[in-house]
Design a protein around this ligand. Structure first.
Ligand code: NAD
Ligand code: UDP
Length: 324
């Protein structure tokens, strides 16, 4: 197939591009590099079946006939989407329409990356796909939450009205190599702080929970969903739940760091708990995450060390040769 991945120069998108190439497909990677980086796809530049196009999908676009569209473009970390609030609202709305129009035009299958944030600060735990969520529609996180909820609505509408063959993926916190060093997410912050010997910044009392999925597990889930005929949303995430304080201690253990822990204010509307119910993915996709948090952090360590080296070299004005 000729496959389009929007957001393909981002963290998850770049791993997905590699997985699709490994399956024998040709990949067109579209990205405006708002939060992604060419460094994430540098290893693919000599691959004849890989093509990068710098395009903002908030404007109408066309890359020629494609058989499948994976629409992953969107800022994803709270720091990024709050900095780029309007772009985030646009990519879930305008970006969705432009990508769905392309799917309609070429009769391509379509998969959109939605998020556990659709559940907001959930009152149901763990979160099943049938839960409609508890979202503040005007709070600081709403630029992301409502954008993604709109993207889901647009996807279902194109499925219902235009018979586009769609899938909706609800991703829960995913981490691993190529997570941006400075995107403010908890794993990138803690890994960077631990490796630099700086205090780990726990927000609130650290008793809020998250469930962390290693990127290779996430990509396997995406691929399996893409081959299925499920049009309703499917959660893909790791159901092992950790308090943020437990996560901090695990990062200290894995990195062997003696950093201290400091407590900062909890951001507004920060969800208190988050854990996917993955029964649907287990039953219908035969999918199950394989990598636990401790193993995943170990697998990510070399990347974070290199990313810190690169950052230090850039700050010192040196050019670097380290690829990530
Ligand atoms: P990321 O920021 O690394 O990647 C997103 C990519 O989209 C970036 O390369 C960015 O430049 C690109 N992009 C943004 N706006 C664009 C536009 N208008 N046109 C073209 N490209 C654009 O984030 P990620 O973690 O890889 O997230 C990928 C997708 O998965 C996003 O849709 C995100 O909402 C979703 N998701 C991720 C997580 C997670 O834990 N990583 C959790 C839930 C959902
Ligand atoms: N968090 C933290 N310290 C940090 C960054 C994040 O304690 O340096 C907390 C944050 O308040 C939230 C959780 O970790 O409760 C996960 O935050 P992240 O930004 O990774 O993503 P979210 O799951 O909130 O979208």
């Amino acid at each position: 197939m000729r496959v389009l991945v929007t957001g393909g120069a981002g963290f998850i998108g770049s791993h997905l591009c590699e997985a699709l190439l490994a399956e024998g497909h040709s990949v067109v990677c579209v990205d405006n590099l708002l939060t992604g980086s060419l460094r994430n796809i540098a290893q693919l530049k000599n691959e004849p079946r890989f093509e990068f196009r710098q395009i903002d999908i908030n404007e109408p676009y066309d890359v020629g006939k494609v058989d499948y569209i994976f629409n992953l473009a969107s800022p994803a970390s709270p720091v990024d989407y709050m900095e780029h609030g309007i772009e985030t609202l646009k990519v879930g709305s305008l970006g969705s329409f432009h990508s769905l129009d392309l799917a309609k035009k070429y009769g391509a299958k379509y998969l959109v990356s939605s998020t556990s944030e659709c559940y907001g600060d959930p009152l149901e735990h763990p979160q099943r796909e049938t839960y409609w969520g508890h979202v503040n529609p005007i709070g600081p996180r709403s630029v992301y939450d409502e954008s993604k909820r709109f993207a889901e609505a647009a996807t279902m509408a194109y499925h219902r009205y235009h018979k586009v063959d769609t899938r909706i993926l609800r991703i829960f916190n995913t981490y691993g190599p190529r997570l941006q060093l400075n995107d403010g997410r908890v794993i990138s912050n803690f890994m960077k702080q631990a490796l630099r010997g700086e205090p780990l910044t726990v927000y609130g009392d650290g008793q809020q929970t998250r469930s962390f999925c290693y990127v290779s597990d996430e990509v396997e889930g995406i691929l399996r969903l893409s081959r299925s005929d499920i049009h309703d949303p499917v959660n893909i995430g790791n159901p092992n739940e950790f308090t943020i304080l437990e996560c901090a201690h695990l990062v200290l253990k894995v990195t062997g760091s003696s950093s201290s822990i400091t407590y900062n204010p909890l951001p507004i509307d920060d969800p208190k708990q988050r854990r996917p119910d993955i029964s649907k993915a287990r039953t219908h996709l035969g999918w199950e995450p394989k990598i636990d948090l401790e193993t995943g952090l170990k697998l990510s360590m070399e990347y974070f060390q290199k990313a810190i080296e690169i950052e230090d070299a850039e700050k010192a004005g040196r050019t670097h040769t380290v690829a990530v």
